[in-house]
Design a protein around this ligand. Sequence first.
Ligand code: FMN
Length: 189
Amino acid sequence: MRVVAILGSHRDGGDGSAAVQEIVAGLRLQETDQQTLVALNRCRMLPCLACDQCSEGDCVIKDDFETIMDEVKQADLVIFATPVYFNGVSSIMKTFIDRAQQYYAKPDSFSGKDRDVILIATAGAKEYEDQFEGVRLNFQFFLQYLQGKLWNFIQISGTDHASVSLREDVKINLQHVGQLWKERYDARG
Ligand SMILES: Cc1cc2nc3c(=O)[nH]c(=O)nc-3n(C[C@H](O)[C@H](O)[C@H](O)COP(=O)(O)O)c2cc1C
C-alpha cells in the first residue's frame, strides 16, 4: 500500500500535521507499505505562471511539484490537510492546486490508477456556516484532474480553543477513519 500525505499548513507541527498522524496511526502500516509525507511549506514550489505553455507542451516550471505528483500517481491513498484561511484553503495549498492547470489543459496527461483521497480541513473558530465551503469547492474541482475520489472530508473546527493534539475524541475519530479505509482497502484484495 502506498500512502502520500500532503500538508498545506504554513507552520510545522500544527493541527493538520497532528490530524494526519492520527489517520496514519489508524492505517497500521506494515513494513511493506510505503508512506510519504510532504510538507508544502518546506517545498520549493512556484505559482502557476498562466503562460499557457502547458496546453501545447510540458509545464515550464521545474520544481518540487513534479516530484510530489510522481508520488501521488503511484499512491493508493492521498491525504490532504489544509488549514482554513479566510474560508478557503491555505495559500500554499492553493499554489499546489493551481499547478494542476497543466492537467486541466491536457486531461489525459495525468496517468496512473484511480486513488482515494481523505481531505482534512482544520479551522480555528467554532463551527459557523460555510466555514469549509471554500475548501470543499476547491478540492471538488481539483480532484477531477487527479483521478482522485474524495472518500472522506474531515472538518475540524475550534482549534483556536483546543488544538487537535489535545482533543482525544477528535484523535480517536481520525484513527477510526484510517482504520476504516484500511479495512476497505484490504477487502478489495
Ligand atoms: C491567515 C489565517 C487565516 C485564517 N482564517 C480562518 C478562517 O477563515 N476561519 C477559521 O475558522 N479559522 C481561520 N484561521 C485559523 C486556522 O484555520 C487554524 O488555526 C488551523 O487549525 C491551523 O491549522 P494548522 O495548524 O495545520 O496550520 C486562520 C489562520 C490564519 C493564519
